[in-house]
Ligand binder design. Structure first.
Ligand SMILES: Cc1cc2nc3c(=O)[nH]c(=O)nc-3n(C[C@H](O)[C@H](O)[C@H](O)COP(=O)(O)O)c2cc1C
Length: 178
């Protein structure tokens, strides 16, 4: 097989497909939802995750202000709502009202969880780094909750949860187990 080199502005194009999460941020009337592809777990003990948020996002200032965020895992059944939150800013719309997604209280942080998602990682920001055109917020996971029907024992069953994965804004879910 011949390998071809992609052009300069396509350098991230053929990396692996990745998860998509809905990050809730802010509190009270200010609470918001942002769609995030740049999500990565980075430490088991303590449990740490990293999200990449561009400084121009409205959500960026909310996370800086409160020092908290919640990583909510959407299933493919809310693909439309997930996409809406990724192409509209809270500067112009109220994403809760427009999508019908529901804010429910978290256990350990003031930022709400999103009821329609199957899993929730409540995070407190412990570090933030600038990396190119995004800020990497490192969050310590202080509470984890999930819908009962997607959990087998103490672990997630992806065939039941049907998480969203994406590449270049093409959305997929898991359909088979090996
Ligand atoms: C599939 C998808 C993934 C995205 N991933 C990120 C991301 O990782 N980081 C980011 O800053 N913006 C990402 N975005 C863009 C934001 O979700 C989008 O700019 C959003 O409207 C920002 O909302 P806000 O201004 O209310 O914070 C993504 C959008 C989509 C559709």
């Amino acid at each position: 097989m011949v390998k071809i080199e992609l052009s300069e502005n396509r350098r991230l194009q053929v990396g692996p497909t990745g998860s998509v999460v809905l990050v809730s941020c802010g509190e009270g009337e200010e609470a918001n939802i942002i769609t995030v592809g740049m999500y990565m777990p980075i430490s088991a003990r303590p449990p740490l995750v990293c999200i990449g948020i561009a400084p121009q996002r409205y959500s960026h200032q909310l996370i800086e202000k409160t020092g908290e965020f919640v990583v909510n895992s959407p299933s493919i059944s809310i693909e439309k709502e997930m996409h809406y939150c990724g192409v509209n800013s809270a500067r112009r719309v109220n994403k809760w009202k427009e999508t019908g997604l529901t804010a429910i209280p978290s256990l350990k942080v003031k930022t709400p969880r999103i009821k329609e998602c199957f899993g929730h990682l409540e995070c407190k920001v412990v570090n933030a780094y600038t990396a190119g055109d995004h800020t990497l917020f490192i969050g310590e996971v202080v509470a984890t909750t999930a819908d009962e029907d997607v959990i087998n024992g103490d672990v997630l069953d992806p065939m039941k949860a049907r998480p969203i994965v994406q590449k270049n804004h093409v959305y997929f879910t898991v359909t088979d187990a090996r």
